[in-house]
Design a protein around this ligand. Structure first.
Ligand code: ADP
Ligand code: ZN
Ligand code: ZN
Length: 700
């Protein structure tokens, strides 16, 4: 009989943060999944490679109840990834490991798992006749060929490369080629390709399948994302774990997929904030991808037209004293084919009457485009009709009773909805405060723009006498399953003239007919308190611009255009955008960040707390700070706690405290030593309802 360490799902500091010891008559290997008793429950456990306590009497230990012996153990690299993730993001090993495994494994008996495995083993449909996509992938452009050559170089094999390529420069094609190389080179090799949100880019999944299924067989590609059913997720996980799936295409959670023969990792749109998990273990899948590549000695390709400033900095070339960054920077500045990048222009809205939704010249320009058979996209990152409903007589506004926010006026279904706590109610007939019947609104949302454009275009018809068609795509219009796909296919089929929407439509889509993009009202982000707001805005605008003019334009057609309505046309961000100059923009932002001592020149962590009373949240943070200051090294700064900008959400008062260091290692070391004091402090502040620590936070 042996004693084994087993990880069970337990949050840090529940007393059983590490592994627990169990006995078993069988020789269990590290990485095996088992079922063990925990209290009165029977739970999933992971056999862990760490020393068991030798003094323990085996008689006092509980036995492992069952082992999933048909499943190969998770390999050492996977266990190391989990261990690193737990340590770096301040979680327990057990919690991290369980978050990394498909949820359905927790409830499956060994027999049920065997049945699953048997099903996976039955042959699927035979490979179809390969389509043109697989047989004749396009010949690489000179830029693509150069990048591919650089990626094939022996010195690049175990490095991280930043592929900085304009929208439409053919980055995806580079990923596919690189994957083909790697997968054909080793008969078992597997590749992981990550995307921010799979639902928004069904095209990519199709493209990957069309390319690889004829080469490697049906079932060679599996998807992994949170919208899948638990059964689908488990099947995909098993297929990857058993090496049957050669390609894993997934969102951030796929970084933890078990991929025993991993040879390549691709992170598309690496700058996208959705790679950061926002609850539980707040990991960054992009950063873990870089770590995993390093761990397994495989190449990692980070791709973006607007890289995160962190990755841009990490890929800086050597200069003078500076030896340069660790990543290899590869650039593809030109678009594929003849299509030029669109012209970017600003419209000075200070010249227009207040409340103007669209400058008249833009409406005319839209109509001209549409009459030429092109499509127009109108972007506004705000759903609903208007962000605030208000009384014209008194000072009543549609404040949410539970949040530091206004309830948004949705005219379509006549509701006032809080986008933070979800509170929804009927629009009042009269002012709840003074009874006035005349209610007005402030600001604009996608519903309003859609209505305005529908009416404006209803005054006329297409040259061929069809009525114009204006469509809106946002989280409200796509709430029903399948509606997003249906609406997108309408756009692709050319049934839509003008498409109005939120950032949902700005990213990733390959709209071939889009000749013009209008950014309705981006100014809010210029004044945001969040130091990352300009970076995000630049990304959004460049992505939106990337939707325009993707196909080669007919002879004589005017160039594709992006119009930005703003009251700050002279802002340097717009100047850089007009030049399509990400490097210039990044340079200026990095200088600002360096002067202000912000990431990537410093490393940050946030301690956040919630309570019914703000003072309770602040008191906890204050005490935590005092405890931290006692042990803090001199390279650590603990800032005084402050209420969050959105102080109240769903009746929880929220505060936070920033911890900073110029050295990542010093910050990590401090957090590790602070951890015990933090948990002790927490037990003395019982009125704190929730708290969390966020490493490398994306919003402050
Ligand atoms: P990105 O990912 O950089 O936005 P894509 O890889 O989606 O760019 O390429 C943009 C378009 O150009 C796609 O329609 C793609 O099929 C096409 N394309 C990419 N590479 C080539 C090439 N070498 N020859 C012809 N067309 C290409
Ligand atoms: Zn009133
Ligand atoms: Zn609310």
């Amino acid at each position: 009989m042996g004693i084994f360490s087993v990880l069970v799902d337990a949050p840090a500091h529940s007393g059983i943060a590490g592994a627990l010891d169990y006995t078993s008559d069988h020789a269990l290997k590290a990485g095996m999944l088992v079922r063990v008793p925990l209290g009165r429950r029977e739970v999933l456990g992971l056999v862990w490679d760490c020393p068991t306590s030798t003094e323990l009497d085996p008689q006092s230990l509980k036995p492992v109840l069952a082992a999933y012996t048909d499943l190969p153990p998770l390999n050492a690299a996977w266990c190391k990834l989990v261990q690193f993730g737990a340590q770096y993001y301040q979680r327990s090993w057990g919690e991290m490991a369980h978050q990394a495994l498909p949820p359905q494994l927790r409830t499956l008996s060994d027999e049920q798992l065997q049945r699953r495995l048997k099903k996976l083993n039955t042959p699927g449909t035979p490979p179809q006749a390969p389509g043109p996509e697989a047989l004749q992938p396009p010949t690489p452009t000179p830029e693509q060929a150069q990048v591919l050559q650089a990626l094939q170089a022996p010195a690049a094999q175990d490095r991280t490369a930043l592929l900085f390529g304009s929208t439409g420069s053919g980055k995806t094609e580079v990923y596919l080629r690189r994957m083909t190389d790697v997968l054909q080179h080793h008969p078992q090799a597997q590749a992981l390709i990550m995307v921010p949100e799979i639902n928004l880019t069904p095209q990519l999944e199709e493209r990957v399948r069309a390319r690889f299924e004829p080469l490697l067989g049906v079932g060679c590609v599996v998807s992994m994302h949170s919208a899948m059913t638990p059964a689908q997720r488990l099947n995909a996980w098993l297929a990857a774990h058993l090496g049957r799936a050669r390609i894993v295409l997934g969102t951030r959670l796929s970084i933890f997929a078990s991929i025993p023969h991993l040879k390549l990792i691709v992170v598309d749109e690496e700058h996208d904030p959705s790679y950061k998990q926002q609850e539980g273990a707040r990991y960054s899948a992009r950063d873990l991808a870089v770590y995993r590549g390093h761990l397994e000695g495989v190449q990692v390709i980070l791709g973006s037209a607007t890289p995160s400033l962190e990755s841009w900095f990490q890929s800086r070339p050597a200069q003078g004293e500076d030896a340069g960054g660790r990543y290899l920077r590869l650039a593809m500045p030109s678009r594929v084919g003849d299509s030029a990048l669109p012209d970017v222009k600003t419209v000075d809205m200070r010249m227009m009457p207040k409340g103007t939704l669209f400058a008249p010249l833009l409406l005319d320009a839209m109509r001209e485009r549409v009459d030429r058979g092109e499509q127009v996209m109108v972007l506004l990152n705000r759903r609903g009709w208007a962000p605030v409903l208000m009384c014209t007589e008194c000072d009543w506004k549609s404040q949410c009773p539970h949040c530091t926010a206004y309830r948004v006026f949705h005219r379509e279904d006549r509701t006032l909805r809080c986008h933070h706590c979800g509170l929804s109610s009927r629009v009042p007939r009269h002012c709840p405060s003074c009874g006035n019947l005349d209610l007005g609104w402030q600001g604009r949302g996608t519903e309003q723009l859609h209505e305005h454009l529908t009416q404006w275009f209803a005054q006329a018809r297409h040259p061929d006498d069809r009525p114009y068609s204006v469509l809106r795509i946002d989280a409200d219009s796509t709430r029903h399953k399948g509606s997003l796909e249906q609406q997108l296919s309408q756009v692709h089929a050319g049934e839509v003239d003008v498409l109005v929407g939120t950032q949902m439509i700005a990213k990733g889509h390959d709209f071939r007919r889009m000749g013009m993009v209008v950014v309705a009202d981006p100014d809010g982000a210029l004044y945001s308190a969040d130091f990352r707001a300009p970076e995000r805005l630049f990304d959004l605008l460049l992505q939106a611009a990337g939707r325009a003019g993707r196909a080669a334009r007919p002879e004589g057609a005017p160039p594709a255009q992006v119009w930005i309505q703003t009251r700050n046309p002279e802002h340097p961000l717009f100047a850089a955008l007009r030049r399509h100059d990400y490097p210039g923009f990044a340079e200026q932002q990095l200088q600002e960040r360096q002067l202000a001592g912000m990431p990537p020149y410093t490393h940050q962590a946030l301690l956040r707390a919630e309570a019914r009373q703000l003072s309770d949240a602040l008191a906890f943070l204050d005490a935590a700070r005092t405890a931290g200051l006692q042990g803090a090294a001199d390279r650590i700064t603990l800032y005084p706690p402050v209420p969050m900008a959105m102080q109240k959400v769903a009746n929880a008062e929220r505060a936070q405290m920033l911890i900073e260091s110029v050295q990542r290692g010093a910050l990590q070391q401090f957090l590790n030593t602070w951890s015990d004091a933090l948990h002790a402090t927490r037990t003395q502040h019982k009125r704190v309802t929730r708290w969390a620590i966020d490493i490398d936070p994306q919003a402050i």
